[in-house]
Design a protein around this ligand. Structure first.
Ligand code: NAD
Length: 491
């Protein structure tokens, strides 16, 4: 580790501290694979310590019992503190994860809006009165759950962590967040702001560490009242199994293999730009990456030619360099996974239209730079078509008619997102209904807002994040019936 490297600890009970074993790890910049910061690494005991601190804060502070106005104000204050530091957070995210500064600024902006949105919901959590027979008064209460556990992936480190943490806080819970081991810095950095925002110490805790040890210990801890997990389907299923043993509510936001359907009447220029954004943004490391293109056979060559041109013109480089349009992928390991899938696509009979490997630019040799890639006509049974690649790799096939298009789109274990490009309204709505995906966009690349639910069908998940009902995920409903004991009215 270079002298003067920044160091980051575990945030437990309002204090930033080393793990009890004092273990640290160097954090690498994916553009160079050089370490630029050092982070404390927790073990299962530290995880339990964080759960204990959260539980104590939940019971001893007035966070849960105060009316929601206080929590709303704290979330708005956190939004302002983050917005004031938007550039610093964006740079940190770029340095740690590799994405371009432009992408990182958008992510931080999304978190600011999420805090504002759920902050606005914090004082609107309410029950209902229910008419019941006899002389009784019946009502429901919406209560926080207690300590909620949040486990985040590395592709949108701050955004995906705060997407579930913010509503859990709005509902009055105490939170323990475990960021991905590769990208823990922005989660720790935002937890440092919690105290100044008016969030009591111990209500927002962050423990960095290995998923199998720390994540597992958090989920198994008896104080854990719910788990919000964003990550791979494989780990999501494992967490659901552990949670099932204790009947814990879980929200699972998992992977995808999202289709994009282009009909012959589509605006091909817009579609091409949308397709490129849907797969090359964030270097393709998106759960909802629109990674399977199906285009009507009559416009196939035209469309592929347009997307190829965009891929060829994409400026690749370190995410921190202004003007760069695609940064490195997160790690060497991720790079070789992606290259392995490209190789499988080739071996299985696909034709590489553009890209197909690492960048050969000598200036980029130290980083993890994969070229934007299109592979055409990969057979549907190939693992490059069936499995999530999580890189800038688009597979493309053509379809003959709408039924064929829908069949191709739904031929996947996943069901996170799908997009349709057509100028015909009837086609757009009819196809949207037939797609097995939790989110569909028409004439738009993947796009979401704090106001809209984010949810996957099939192997893409369980439950949802975002949207006006999200805060309810982090509450439980209690029914209270009161016998008024009043004498029966005569007559
Ligand atoms: P991952 O499943 O490997 O890890 C996700 C998190 O789980 C990490 O923090 C990891 O440390 C932790 N973890 C690992 N094993 C665990 C265990 N046994 N118990 C508890 N926690 C454990 O995923 P990743 O590689 O970090 O992220 C990429 C995946 O995330 C892709 O599959 C992607 O599609 C998915 N993802 C989904 C969404 C969505 O909203 N649906 C968004 C982004 C990413």
């Amino acid at each position: 580790m270079a002298a003067g490297a920044r160091s980051y600890g575990l945030v437990i009970g309002g204090r930033e501290e080393p793990g009890h074993r004092g273990e640290t790890r160097g954090v690498l910049n994916p553009a160079t694979n050089a370490p630029f910061a050092e982070v404390a690494v927790a073990d299962a005991d530290d995880a339990r310590h964080a759960m204990e601190a959260a539980d104590a804060a939940f019971h001893e502070s007035a966070w849960a019992s105060d009316d929601g106005t206080r929590r709303a104000r704290a979330l708005f204050a956190l939004a302002r503190l983050l917005e004031d530091r938007q550039e610093a957070f964006a740079r940190l995210e770029t340095e740690n994860m590799g994405k371009t500064l432009k992408e990182a600024r958008i992510d931080v902006g999304f978190v600011v809006r999420t805090l504002e949105y759920v902050g606005g919901l914090a004082d609107k959590i309410q029950g209902e009165t229910i008419p019941v027979p006899g002389s009784r008064f019946d009502y429901t209460l919406r209560e926080p759950l207690g300590v909620t556990v949040h486990i985040a992936p590395w592709n949108y480190p701050l955004l995906l962590a705060m997407r579930s943490v913010a509503p859990a806080l709005a509902a009055g819970n105490a939170v323990v967040l475990k960021p991905a081991s590769l990208t823990p810095l922005s989660a720790i950095a935002i937890a440092r702001l919690a105290h100044d925002a008016g969030i009591p110490d111990g209500i927002l805790n962050v423990v960095n560490g290995a998923g199998g040890a720390v994540g597992d210990a958090l989920v198994r801890d008896p104080r854990c009242r719910s788990v919000s997990f964003t990550g791979s389907a494989e780990v999501g299923v494992r967490i659901a199994e552990v949670a099932a043993g204790r009947l814990l509510p879980v929200t699972l936001e998992l992977g995808g293999k999202s289709p994009v359907l282009v009909f012959p009447d589509a605006d091909l220029d817009r579609a091409a730009r949308g397709i490129a954004l849907g797969i090359f943004q964030n270097a393709g490391q998106m759960c909802w990456a629109a990674s399977r293109l199906a285009v009507h056979e009559s416009v196939r060559d035209d469309l592929l030619g347009r997307v190829r041109k965009i891929a060829e013109a994409t400026r690749i480089g370190p995410g921190a360099d202004e003007g760069v349009e695609m940064g490195p992928v997160v790690s060497r390991e991720q790079e070789s996974r992606i290259l392995g899938y490209i190789e499988a696509a080739r071996r299985d009979g696909g034709t590489v239209v553009v890209g197909g490997g690492r960048s050969t630019d000598p200036h980029l040799a130290a980083g993890n730079f994969v070229l934007p890639t299109i592979v055409a006509d990969v057979p549907p049974a190939s693992r490059a078509v069936r499995e999530e690649i999580f890189g800038p790799v688009l597979s493309a096939v053509s379809f003959a008619d709408a039924d064929d298009a829908v069949r191709i789109a739904n031929d996947t274990a996943y069901g996170l997102f799908a997009s349709v490009w057509t100028r015909d309204l009837a086609t757009a709505h009819a196809i949207a209904r037939r797609l097995e995906a939790g989110m569909v966009s028409v004439n738009e690349p993947p796009i979401t807002f704090p106001q809209t639910p984010f949810a996957g069908f099939k192997q893409s998940g369980l439950g949802f994040e975002q949207g006006i009902r999200v805060v309810e995920n982090y509450t439980r409903r209690k029914n209270v019936v009161v016998n008024l004991g009043a004498a029966k009215r005569k007559g």
